[in-house]
Design a protein around this ligand. Sequence first.
Ligand SMILES: Cc1cc2nc3c(=O)[nH]c(=O)nc-3n(C[C@H](O)[C@H](O)[C@H](O)COP(=O)(O)OP(=O)(O)OC[C@H]3O[C@@H](n4cnc5c(N)ncnc54)[C@H](O)[C@@H]3O)c2cc1C
Length: 411
Amino acid sequence: MAVDFEPDPRVAELADRTRRFVREEVIPVEVAHDGVVGSEEVRRRLQAGARAAGVFAPHAAEEFGGHGLDMCGRAAVFEEAGYSLLGPIALNIAAPDEGNVHMLEQIASEEQKARYLAPLAAGDVRSCFAMTEPAPGAGSDPDALSTTATRVPGGWRIDGRKWFITGADGAAFAIVMARTAGEPGDRGGATMFLVDAGNPGMQVGRHIPTLDESLYGGHLEVTFDDCRVGDDAVLGEADQGYRYAQVRLGPARMTHCMRWLGIARRAQDIAVGHAAQRRLFGSRLGDLGMAQAMIADNEIDVAAARGLILRACWELDRGRHAGAEVSIAKTFTAEAVWRVVDRSLQLCGSLGVSGDVLLGRFLREVRPFRIYDGPSETHRWSIARRVVGRHTAGTAGAAGSAGAARPAGVR
Ligand SMILES: Cc1cc2nc3c(=O)[nH]c(=O)nc-3n(C[C@H](O)[C@H](O)[C@H](O)COP(=O)(O)OP(=O)(O)OC[C@H]3O[C@@H](n4cnc5c(N)ncnc54)[C@H](O)[C@@H]3O)c2cc1C
């Protein structure tokens, strides 16, 4: 069946409203704050604006105050929100809260939904997702998970160290991946836990200084030391954490792509605006061949990324795992967005590296996307394993196909 690229009229209307809201209300705040939210006051003010404009929480189910968009619908609206670094936080669709809302809707019990999902979807609280660990723990290879959760009377005890946990500073709760079976290196055996801020066993440590600064709440170290939680803290079923991670990671990879695609378009608009009026060597910059090539390559990268995102979203909306489509779209988009912002900065010359336009900020913000949500190399490895596995299955029967089709370290 063909992918339908025509958005639902309701989605198109919401995307249009989002476009206007971002341009009229968000970008002035973004420019004034150099692309960094910085404070709860700014976050809450932006979110109040999004509520008033009727564009708040497009991803959340209607019963939680959202618009209930599927993944293809999100692609149209999130790209418009992503046109500003602060658009996603205004609509409450920034990482990691957006992915956590998605996962809690799918997996949480009714009690957990009332306690965690409802205030998160409403923007009353923030959250974080704690998976990655310093070496030798989990990173690209989730099987290296070494944080443990062991049974104690009435619940669990969590011990371990996480880092690069976005938004941990000020989060009301963390969704924590911990090993409940097997040893580091084993497949499976992970469980997700909901841990409240203020739990004396969970210490939110230092802010890790990073290239990027716009993801609100920073990237932090979080330590679990005899952290006690009850059985009601288990998200879904014990030992099913890796399976649940799939529910979050595939869609979250695509929503990151959608948001960063918005920034790529913004960079291109800044560059084209400059190229259309800057005169060089007797003509407009935009009429010089090498500049035209950069402008055209930006258009090609944006269009190709959008097409790949939609293809993966279309599969996800049909309940499919879409591991290959997600890996292809994520790898291409993360690299295309970088290329587009880099070319746009080049087209603007010294203006591009100045603080008078935000292109330097955009460049810093998009670079880590080639690492988080699975580094490009991990996704390429996964893509190649599938292809080689299919070839092996085709030439030597089914043997080897299951292992090779496994979506590797990015799961
Ligand atoms: C800005 C930012 C925000 C983040 N936020 C969160 C968060 O909120 N929660 C969370 O849990 N984690 C978060 N992370 C962590 C992120 O998920 C990890 O950085 C990512 O999974 C890679 O793990 P690692 O950094 O340990 O790199 P490693 O696993 O040590 O990999 C290092 C490098 O090895 C290479 N590599 C990987 N696989 C292969 C392969 N198969 N073949 C060849 N080379 C390969 C890649 O170049 C990779 O960059 C964040 C990271 C960043 C940078």
